[in-house]
Design a protein around this ligand. Structure first.
Ligand code: ITT
Length: 199
């Protein structure tokens, strides 16, 4: 086991409490201690590929805080809109929001969409970030549903479900979500290299 990883807390660098709450539950299953680190003042990298965004954010965060960190970048890719908003999801959600997306999709019958998450792990003693990907296929419904108001959750129903992510508890969402898949891949890898065992 790389000795520098043993017993370390992993800091999730994010300003988004929903993302942290979902990830924390996954990491807890693997006995990985985590804490939220916000206000790192990381550069806002913009790139058409969310993996490049996650890698650049990870490198910048480690340079600034010199800790073992993960960052995660997510995009919503809507097929009929040629994968819009994709890497621009944060901006689009802040500006036109869910109502704007629903308006763009009026009269569109193919409602397929997917979320894609990239988790990037980096430590000051590691040369390059390690990346883990998770995807959730589903569709955009016609009206918002659900009380858990996180991002596009009220308009997205994952495959094999009739509920939107916003109608699910965090535990239920974690059975289907892009973020849960990416963090589980990360947690398995991290447990292996650091000798941790799942509870
Ligand atoms: P960071 O500080 O971690 O960058 P962020 O909110 O900017 O937080 P992302 O860039 O990963 O996070 O996500 C872009 C936007 O996509 C985000 O602001 C939400 O509106 C939306 N989003 C991300 N994950 C989501 C999820 O699981 N369900 C619904 N919407 C999500």
């Amino acid at each position: 086991m790389p000795p520098f990883l043993k017993g370390k807390v992993i800091f999730f660098v994010t300003s988004n409490i929903h993302k942290f709450n979902e990830a924390r539950r996954i990491l807890r299953e693997y006995k990985i201690s985590t804490a939220m680190l916000k206000n790192v003042d990381a550069v806002e990298v913009q790139d058409d590929d969310i993996e490049n965004v996650a890698k650049a954010n990870a490198i910048d965060a480690v340079r600034k805080c010199k800790l073992s960190i993960v960052v995660e970048d997510t995009g919503l890719f809507i097929k009929a809109l040629k994968d819009f908003p994709g890497p621009y999801s944060s901006f689009v959600h802040r500006t036109i929001g869910n109502d704007g997306i629903l308006r763009l999709m009026e009269n569109i019958t193919d409602r397929s969409a997917r979320f894609k998450s990239i988790v990037a792990f980096l430590d000051p003693l590691i040369a390059k970030p390690f990346c883990f990907t998770g995807e959730a296929q589903g569709k955009i419904i016609k009206e918002k549903r659900g009380s858990r108001e996180f991002g596009f959750d009220p308009i997205f129903v994952p495959s094999n479900s009739t509920e939107t992510f916003a109608e699910m508890s965090i535990e239920e969402k974690n059975q289907h979500s892009h973020r849960a898949l990416a963090f589980r891949k990360f947690a398995k890898w991290y447990s292996q290299i650091s000798g941790l065992q799942k509870s």
